[in-house]
Write a new protein. Structure first.
Length: 98
């Protein structure tokens, strides 16, 4: 179900945040996660989105290429809460360089 939703995010960027939030729990899903995915399929209002429990930490993703080949990649939540998108990008860039 998550794979189908991830495919849809190319044409529906409004659901991307909710889908990525649900994708974090694919390793050990619970009934509440399945209900959230079903709610995304049905369409949800801002009230449903506001009721999600979110820790407000950004997710950083990096990928290192050698020529045209991907040799290393990483995706994880940042250790601190960024106050802006720019700050989150600086933290991600520093993490990638280190």
């Amino acid at each position: 179900m998550i794979g189908s939703l991830l495919y849809l995010t190319a044409t529906r960027p409004d659901i991307q945040f909710a889908v990525c939030l649900c994708a974090r729990y694919q390793a050990s899903p619970r009934t509440s996660h399945r209900q959230a995915v079903k709610r995304i399929f049905r369409g949800f209002s801002d009230a449903d989105h506001a009721s999600c429990r979110i820790d407000r930490k950004s997710t950083s993703g990096t990928g290192q290429l050698l020529g045209t080949s991907l040799i290393s990649w990483s995706s994880r939540k940042q250790a601190s809460v960024a106050l802006s998108t720019t700050e989150a990008e600086y933290v991600a860039a520093a993490s990638c360089c280190s």
